[in-house]
Design a protein around this ligand. Structure first.
Ligand SMILES: [Zn+2]
Length: 262
């Protein structure tokens, strides 16, 4: 039986701060990486990147899914309600200019604001993928133990999966930081993997980060990140797909982890 895992990719200003090299330089190669392996992914895109290249953003949706990662990558919990509403609703409208349905949302840094679920509904999203963490801690294990996706009120949720005995989020960031040991810490049956396009940029593109953070976050970025991701995905031995497809499988009444097709 084929395991299905949602492969989710955050497409944002480089290193979460500024610059569009990840979109311009990494996105085309990442699309080839997926296609060569028969994989698909959901790209959670910061809609302001449409200013840099609407064509490249649209290309992300050609055989993959586009979701929203907000308008500007600001943390929602630091904004007032009208501004948070704009981040969620306007980003969805802007990304829909690609001609694709935009059904999913991921909050920048997984930071949800007060009244988040109401804003999600109001903006018309079908699912959220912001139940997660970037930092180590027991929360990762608790989220990883939840079904993915699960229905919560009027929307669906895609919580992050955990690695390292539930202490870390299953992300390329932690696989890079811990490489080569990270691969031994992979969980047996995860549901979701997340990464960022800027992780494939060379370290010198991270000058926007303060020095201690730059040293930490750029470990094994660039070319090494391609190899680390490829090896981890191969070790997980699953069919990598979009959140939208996993939802469709749920709607069709099939457990998303066991379709009996493989
Ligand atoms: Zn982000």
């Amino acid at each position: 039986m084929t395991k299905h895992i949602a492969l989710t990719v955050d497409v944002e200003p480089d290193w979460g701060v500024s610059g569009t090299r990840a979109l311009q330089e990494v996105a085309p190669r990442f699309l080839r990486f997926l296609e060569e392996r028969g994989m698909r992914a959901t790209f959670f895109v910061v809609s302001d990147l449409m200013d840099a290249s609407p064509e490249l953003v649209a290309a992300l949706g050609e055989r993959n899914e586009i979701g929203s990662h907000g308008r500007s990558h600001r943390m929602l919990d630091g904004l007032d309600r009208p501004e948070a509403r704009r981040e969620m609703a306007e980003s969805r409208r802007r990304l829909a200019d690609t001609g694709r349905a935009v059904e999913g949302f991921r909050a920048p840094f997984f930071r949800r604001c007060h009244g988040f679920r109401g804003l999600l509904r109001e903006a018309g999203y079908k699912y959220d993928a912001s139940l997660g963490s970037v930092a180590p801690g027991p929360l990762n294990g608790r989220l990883g133990a939840l079904p993915c996706p699960f229905e919560w009120g009027s929307a669906w949720e895609f919580p992050t999966s955990a690695m390292a005995a539930g202490l870390l989020p299953l992300s390329l960031t932690w696989l890079r930081l811990l490489a080569p040991a990270g691969r031994a810490l992979l969980p047996r049956s995860p549901s979701l993997v997340y990464l960022h396009l800027h992780e494939f940029l060379p370290a010198d593109t991270a000058a926007c980060l303060p020095l201690p953070l730059r040293r930490l976050l750029t470990r094994n970025c660039g070319e090494a990140a391609w190899r680390i991701l490829d090896e981890a995905l191969a070790a997980l031995d699953a069919e990598f797909t979009t959140c939208g497809d996993m939802l469709d499988a749920c709607a069709a009444g099939r457990p998303e982890s066991e379709t009996g097709t493989g």
